[in-house]
Design a protein around this ligand. Structure first.
Ligand code: ADP
Ligand code: MG
Length: 255
């Protein structure tokens, strides 16, 4: 008998993942998967564990229990980290170290090249084109400590893109940029997704900006409260207000 495999390749799978910093879990029994080319938005209130969830996927912290598989490999044995671009949440504090924008973004290519191969002209022009796309090419010789919040945020995004990732993990990538730049960032991500099947997980507060681009949504508050397509979310939860109410109700149930 012939088995028809779905033509989607699962590149990330979480199974019953739980994590606590102290006694009570911040991420509790979370299971979901991401396919190649998915653009997954994770929405949730402050302190709901979104950044922690992304750090678990980026391998920066280990689950207390449960499994994470990346590109079919258990995360404990996974060794292809240059395939993953991680952009941490940008706080108001920026590093004071005297590296320029170009140097910081170039450093994102090191992993993909291998540590013993020198970065060359091709790497520089690759970085230059990413800086242009993100409209920060005029800042390439500026020291990162001098930048505004929105500019620094784009530098961190450029750094994550510089490694030619197959999976991009973005923690509120457009939180402090203006609406026009926000749209151009979303257009860039969308193009990378359709051109080469980049998969994206995007933590966001701002459903309005991302909703035209995403393929799936998870509403998160320590646990998964809702998972589905944006259309399914519309059927279940018509307004932002109802989404907030669903989150509040979930707090009640899981306390
Ligand atoms: P979100 O990104 O949704 O705002 P976080 O994952 O940053 O949520 O935080 C979830 C909870 O874990 C919060 O209560 C936060 O205070 C706590 N927390 C985050 N980082 C740490 C840490 N390094 N040590 C202890 N508690 C932390
Ligand atoms: Mg966060």
């Amino acid at each position: 008998m012939q088995v028809n495999l779905p033509n989607t390749e699962i590149i990330l799978r979480l199974e019953h993942v739980t994590f606590s910093y102290t006694s009570s879990p911040v991420v509790e029994d979370v299971s979901f998967s991401v396919s190649k080319g998915d653009f997954l938005a994770i929405l949730g209130p402050n302190g709901s564990g979104k950044s922690t969830l992304l750090k678990l996927i980026a391998g920066l912290i280990k689950p207390d229990s449960g499994q994470i598989e990346i590109f079919g490999q258990d995360i404990e044995r996974f060794n292809q980290w240059p395939r993953i671009g991680y952009m941490p949440q940008v706080s108001s504090v920026r590093p004071g170290f005297p590296a320029t924008v170009e140097e910081v973004v170039l450093s994102g290519r090191v992993g993909r090249k291998g540590f013993f191969r020198r970065l060359d002209k091709a790497d520089k022009s690759k970085v230059q084109s990413i800086l242009e796309e993100l409209r920060i090419d005029h800042l390439s010789r500026h020291v990162v400590g001098e930048l505004s919040g929105g500019q620094y945020q784009r530098v961190m995004l450029a750094r994550a893109l510089a490694c030619d990732p197959d999976l991009l993990l973005l923690d509120e990538p457009t939180a402090s940029v203006d609406p026009e730049t926000r749209r151009s960032i979303m257009e860039l991500l969308n193009r990378m997704r359709s051109e080469r099947g980049l998969s994206i997980i995007n933590i966001s507060h701002d459903l309005d900006t991302i909703r035209g681009y995403i393929s799936r949504v998870i509403i998160f508050n320590k646990r998964i409260i809702f998972e589905g397509t944006p259309e399914e979310m519309d059927v279940h939860l018509a307004t932002q207000q109802q989404i907030l109410e669903a989150i509040a109700a979930s707090d009640h149930h899981h306390g």
